[in-house]
Design a binder for this molecule. Structure first.
Ligand code: NAD
Length: 245
């Protein structure tokens, strides 16, 4: 195992442009459950009138705003969480290497750890917009605007800037992610089941040879993988790797 950590450290040192492609598993070590693991959100019995997977859809948001916001504030906005060793490692790596993070997470923890080059494919709980006048609200502001938040300026509904099922990804963000991947020579895929599209399909735009996977469960990638760390946590792997950097 020690050799594998050393090997990953060597790949990182030699790389000219690194992309870290992550998902919910990157934040489980901060105490935020993922969706599809045994104790993930989708395996919990819903407290509301629909399964959580359905409650995260655009049509549910449109038709059941009361329940949507009760659920969203209760389960999608994590309380008292801090960046973990994985977020911190990536933020410190950015000081010496050209690294971009493409994340499916909406928790903002990479930026909180200090990372600057972060592409958020699915938006962020930290941002909210009025659907009528496009006025911006922080998370703190949105939480003060009632059970179903409405814009104090125009009365429109305020929607979290997160991509719900049935909603398209932002084209500019998607294009930025594609170009970033195409220019990279090391891709680290971590903490994601690669079940959510189009995000998961993006990694086929990586044309380099060095793909590394760090994930608790095994993934099926139809590409040659240079190094695999299965059954291991992202933060734990990075804590070992940094000893060789
Ligand atoms: P997922 O729940 O489908 O898969 C998580 C994967 O991470 C699993 O394969 C699991 O084995 C692995 N994993 C869990 N903890 C790990 C750890 N410590 N180290 C290594 N691997 C670990 O998550 P996904 O693929 O990101 O897709 C779910 C969607 O849910 C995403 O679109 C994301 O937006 C959203 N989501 C975000 C958050 C967040 O912002 N923190 C949390 C839950 C879900």
């Amino acid at each position: 195992m020690e050799n594998k950590y050393r090997e990953l450290a060597t790949l990182v040192k030699k790389a000219k442009k690194i992309v870290f492609f992550g998902g919910a598993g990157v934040s489980t070590e901060s105490g935020i459950p993922d969706f599809r693991s045994d104790n993930g959100l989708y395996n919990l019995k819903s407290k509301y009138d629909a399964p959580y997977e359905v409650m995260l859809s655009h049509s549910y948001y449109e038709n059941h705003k009361d329940n949507f916001f009760a659920f969203y504030k209760d389960l999608m906005i994590p309380k008292n969480v801090k960046p973990n060793d994985a977020h911190k490692f990536l933020a410190s790596l950015e000081k010496k290497k050209d690294i971009s993070i493409i994340t499916q997470n909406i928790d903002g923890l990479h930026q909180e750890a200090g990372s600057k080059n972060v592409i958020e494919l699915h938006g962020s709980i930290k941002r909210n917009y009025c659907e009528s006048c496009a006025r911006y609200y922080t998370l703190k502001e949105m939480l003060k605007l009632g059970d179903v938040p409405k814009c104090p300026k125009c009365g429109g509904y305020i929607k979290p800037d997160v991509v719900l099922y049935e909603e398209p990804l932002d084209q500019n963000i998607l294009t930025k992610a594609l170009i970033t991947l195409q220019n990279a020579d090391l891709l680290i895929v971590a903490g994601t089941s690669l079940n959510v599209y189009p995000a998961a399909g993006l990694i086929s735009y990586f044309y380099g040879n060095n793909i590394v996977i760090i994930n608790l469960e095994k993934l099926h990638l139809y590409r040659e993988v240079k190094l695999e760390f299965y059954g291991q946590k992202v933060g734990e792997v990075f804590n070992e790797v940094k000893k060789y950097l």
